[in-house]
Design a binder for this molecule. Structure first.
Ligand SMILES: [Zn+2]
Length: 199
């Protein structure tokens, strides 16, 4: 089984468009700007063996504001510039009541099946509460990069920026991957070793 990181696209992998107080998706290829600062943290996570999966809600596909052709071009650019294994999209609106629109965890479950991911050992990286809630629904650990969209719901960690978030994921993963030492057994063997030396 693999460990994965589900990474929200808008605001993390591409620069977000902010309209009023809300974050929205770019609707044209010209507006789509890959976040260059994501490259190094993602390279680091890829080297550590994580499967990297971008996820995004794109209701504009259903409403006709965004053409499928343009989205494909945006994602081609994203994959060319960042080390991503997969990009998963929910094309539905809230009214569709689908199982994949975040904060529901359908995109995570689909990707976990495809990539053979252990969700308990996987992470969600975002700047929004919807992803933290989806992480909780899927049993993943959530790391939010501090933003006006963090919300007040459950999340596991908050990081100042993407680099700090990647470091935190590496730390937690390393800690979890260590073989469990049973203190009782360890001290017993030390006692017998000391005993042997004394005799
Ligand atoms: Zn959906």
């Amino acid at each position: 089984m693999n460990s994965g990181i589900f990474i929200e696209r808008n605001g993390i992998l591409n620069l977000a468009r902010v309209v009023g107080r809300a974050q929205t998706s770019p609707y044209s290829v010209e507006e789509f700007v890959v976040n260059a600062e994501a490259r190094e943290p993602l390279d680091q996570l890829r080297r550590a063996g994580f499967v990297l999966i971008a996820t995004v809600n794109q209701p504009a596909l259903s409403t006709g504001q965004l053409a499928r052709r343009d989205l494909e071009e945006m994602h081609k650019r994203l994959k060319n510039q960042l080390p991503l294994d997969d990009i998963r999209v929910c094309p539905h609106t809230e009214a569709d009541d689908c199982p994949c629109r975040k904060p529901k965890a359908g995109l995570f479950f689909e990707a976990a099946h495809h990539w053979r991911l252990n969700l308990d050992q996987s992470f969600v990286l975002s700047d929004k509460w919807q992803d933290a809630e989806a992480a909780q629904n899927a049993g993943c650990t959530s790391i939010l990069v501090r933003s006006p969209w963090n919300g007040h719901g459950h999340h596991d960690y908050v990081a100042a920026n993407l680099a700090a978030a990647a470091n935190r994921i590496m730390q937690i993963h390393k800690y979890r991957s260590q073989p469990l030492l049973e203190p009782g057994i360890e001290s017993q063997s030390i006692t017998s070793l000391i005993g042997a030396v004394c005799r």
